[in-house]
Design a protein around this ligand. Sequence first.
Ligand SMILES: [Zn+2]
Length: 307
Amino acid sequence: MLQQRTLKTLTRAVGVGLHSGQRVELTLRPAQPDTGIVFRRVDLPEPVDIPVSAQAVSDTRMASTIGTGAARVHTVEHLMSACAGLGVDNLYVDITAEEVPILDGSSASFVFLLQSAGIVLQNAPRRFIRVTQPVEVRQGEGAQAKWARLDPYHGFKLRFEIDFAHPAVDSTGQCVEFDLGTGNYSRDIARARTFGFTKDVEMMRASGLALGGGLDNAIVMDDYRVLNADGLRYDDEFVKHKILDAMGDLYLVGKPLLAAYGAFRSGHALNNLLLRELLAHPEAWEIVTFDNERLAPAGFAQPARAW
Ligand SMILES: [Zn+2]
């Protein structure tokens, strides 16, 4: 049987929120089978649980925000991406502020945290959402066009293409395809950092955003070039970060997908719209488990390897 996974022990991290600039403590704890991933705001007078789901996504402007009632958690996508990449099904995320710490701007720190705590198998079948018919969402026309889609695939792979019309971004790889079954998430995707442009950063700061952002947790560019002294971590770090984000956004559906994701200039909003479109078409997917591990997609039975 292909089993669900959680952490062996709890683990902690402290950092600042990218947008709020607030100090925040994060505690990742093991959870029972079929719990899913649950964020818990432990700083509120009464702790509030926010289980991840496509419907819990309440804001997608700069990052993916989930919420229940008035309780919110912003910028969940990099931690969610690490959980998707390592195949963690059940987890409590205790958090002391309304934003997940940005750490180094990638998901590498979360991968390190999860792997240090250890990942254990649980006595319950891993439930996948298998896409059985194509689902697609589109927005905009001409140069503004963007789209994202899911196609049936025995495994999980993502293909992303960007087009920022910016010299520093355009000189890097514009398109990447990544297959989770390779087991290379930690090495090939997790280290890709978020990125921003100085002119947007000034605008965002004026409206109280990106207050915790800087050269140690993002790739920052002026109109022409990358300002980080050490340059890029991958030749195609920008598009790889979009894959990292998409994995996190899609894992908010609450279960691992068996599908091929393809996207052109998509982002948090369109990724969430794609999940809602999928869920609105029950004929386009089914829940599956694998009693026989050998029938599971290649690479899925083994915990993801470290770098
Ligand atoms: Zn991101």
